[in-house]
Write a new protein. Structure first.
Length: 426
C-alpha cells in the first residue's frame, strides 16, 4: 500500500511542473540617450538589462520552475566587455545550483557574436546547434524540447519545417526565434506561419524575436513572451517572461511575470481644453503622475506627446527650449526617477488661415508653407541627415533618429515659423 502511494505521488509530481519562457534578453544592450539624466540614473540604466536577468533568475527559483527556456537573442551582438559573457555564465550556474535546467536557442543578434556559441556554460545549460534541429529530453520529466540556433544573422529559411516530429507520450516544446508571418519593427528572420506551427504537433511553441508579449495561438499555445527590458519608446509598457504551468501534458496556466527595471512609457496629452499655459502645465503634471504610478516604483523613461487644436499652440512654439525646461521642472517635483526622453508636439492653432491673406504677414506665411512643401527641402534634409548618420555610432540607432527627424522636422519647423508670424501680428 505504501509503495503504491509513493508511486502515485511520484507519477503525479512528474505530471505537474512549471517552466519559465523568456526571450530577447539583450544583455548589456544600451538604452539610448538615457544616461544623460544623472549619475545615479545613468548607473541604473547601464545595469537595467543585467538586473532584469537577475529578476528572471529569482522568478525561476521562487516559482519552483523545473526548467527555463530562452528563445534567442541572449546577447546584443558583439560584447563591448567580456564580462557580459561571464555575467551570463554565472547566472546560469545559479539556476543549476537550484536544480533548474536551461534550454537555449541563439537568435540573430547572438549569431553576430563570435563568442556566444563557444561560451563555457554550466552542465545544466543545453544549447541547441545551428546546423540542424535537435531534441533534448528533460531529466525526470516526460518533456522533450526541440530547437535550432541561428548560424548567421540573416536567416531567411523556414527553420521550423525541419524540426523533429513530436515524441508520443511526452509534452513537446518547440524553441524558435522567428518573425512568424511578420511582426512590425522586426526583421523577417526564420519565417513561418501560425498554421504550420499548429499542425506540427507540439504542445507549446516558445517563440522569440518580437519584443511585445503576444499569445499567438491557444491550442496549442504559441507564445512570444516579449523582451525582459524595454530599450526604446517602441518597447513601452511592462516587460518580462511567461510562467507556464503544465498538468497531465496540458497547459493549465499561462501567467506574465513582469521583470523590467526601467519602464518606457508614452504619455498622450490632449491640450484642446487648455486656455492658458497654467492649465497646459497642470495637464502635463497629471499625465506624468499617472505614468509614474503605472511604472510601479521603477525608473521611468517618458515620452510626452502633446496634441489638440488649442489656444496655447502658438505660445508653446515660441517658448521653444523653455517649454522643455518647464516640463523638466514639473517632472523634478514628481520624482527623481523620471527622465523625459522626448517631447513630441502635434498641436494646432485655434485660428488657422482659411483663405489667402494679402497682408505682409500673410504673404510670409504662404511662402513658409510653400517652402515646407517644396521637394528641395526634403533633398536638403536628406543630405544633412546623411552627414549626421556618418558621425554617429551604430549603437545610437542613427536610422531611427533620422526617421524621426524626417517625419517630424518639417512640420515642427513650419509650426514654429507660423507661430512667430502670428505672435508678431498680435
Amino acid at each position: 500500500m505504501l509503495a503504491a502511494t509513493i508511486g502515485w505521488a511520484v507519477k503525479e509530481a512528474m505530471a505537474q511542473f512549471r517552466f519559465l519562457h523568456a526571450a530577447d534578453l539583450h544583455i548589456d544592450s544600451p538604452l539610448i540617450g538615457l544616461s544623460r539624466k544623472s549619475e545615479k540614473f545613468a548607473s541604473d540604466v547601464d545595469e537595467a538589462s543585467r538586473r532584469a536577468v537577475d529578476n528572471l533568475i529569482s522568478a525561476a527559483i521562487g516559482e519552483e520552475c523545473s526548467f527555463v527556456v530562452i528563445s534567442g537573442d541572449v546577447f546584443d551582438g558583439e560584447w563591448r566587455d567580456y564580462r557580459t559573457g561571464i555575467f551570463f555564465a554565472d547566472r546560469m550556474r545559479r539556476l543549476g545550483d537550484a536544480g533548474i535546467q536551461v534550454y537555449i536557442v541563439l537568435g540573430n543578434h547572438d549569431a553576430e557574436n563570435r563568442f556566444a556559441a563557444r561560451l563555457e556554460l554550466a552542465k545544466n545549460v543545453h544549447l541547441f546547434p545551428p546546423r540542424k534541429a535537435a531534441t533534448f529530453r528533460v531529466e525526470g520529466l516526460n518533456v522533450a524540447v526541440h530547437g535550432r540556433s541561428f548560424k548567421q544573422r540573416d536567416v531567411t529559411e523556414n527553420l521550423a519545417k525541419d524540426y523533429p516530429p513530436p515524441i508520443p507520450g511526452l509534452f513537446n516544446i518547440g524553441l524558435l526565434h522567428t518573425a512568424c508571418t511578420g511582426r512590425a519593427w522586426h526583421d523577417p528572420y526564420a519565417p513561418c506561419t501560425v498554421e504550420q506551427l499548429v499542425h506540427h504537433g507540439y504542445d507549446y511553441w516558445a517563440l522569440g524575436h518580437a519584443h511585445t508579449r503576444e499569445v499567438v495561438n491557444r491550442d496549442p499555445y504559441i507564445v512570444y513572451p516579449g523582451n525582459l527590458q524595454g530599450r526604446s519608446p517602441r518597447e513601452a509598457g511592462p516587460k518580462g517572461a511567461t510562467l507556464v504551468t503544465v498538468d497531465n501534458d496540458r497547459v493549465v496556466s499561462l501567467e506574465p511575470r513582469v521583470l523590467d527595471v526601467i519602464r518606457w512609457s508614452v504619455a498622450p496629452i490632449d491640450l484642446r481644453a487648455c486656455t492658458d499655459m497654467a492649465t497646459a502645465y497642470a495637464a502635463t503634471r497629471e499625465a506624468i503622475e499617472q505614468a509614474m504610478n503605472a511604472a510601479d516604483g521603477r525608473g521611468l523613461a517618458l515620452r510626452l506627446h502633446f496634441s489638440g487644436t488649442t489656444a496655447v499652440h502658438n505660445e508653446i512654439a515660441v517658448l521653444g527650449d523653455r517649454f522643455r525646461e518647464e516640463i523638466e521642472t514639473i517632472t523634478a517635483t514628481v520624482s527623481d526617477e523620471i527622465w523625459i526622453e522626448n517631447i513630441e508636439l502635434a498641436t494646432a492653432s485655434l485660428s488657422p488661415t482659411e483663405s489667402p491673406d494679402p497682408t505682409v504677414a500673410g504673404r510670409i506665411r504662404a511662402a513658409v508653407e510653400d517652402f515646407v512643401r517644396d521637394p528641395a527641402l526634403g533633398d536638403l534634409l536628406e543630405k544633412k541627415l546623411a552627414e549626421v548618420r556618418e558621425k554617429m555610432p551604430a549603437a545610437a540607432h542613427p536610422d531611427e533618429l533620422s526617421a524621426s527627424i524626417r517625419r517630424d522636422g518639417p512640420a515642427r519647423a513650419l509650426n514654429l515659423a507660423l507661430s512667430l508670424i502670428e505672435t508678431q501680428q498680435e
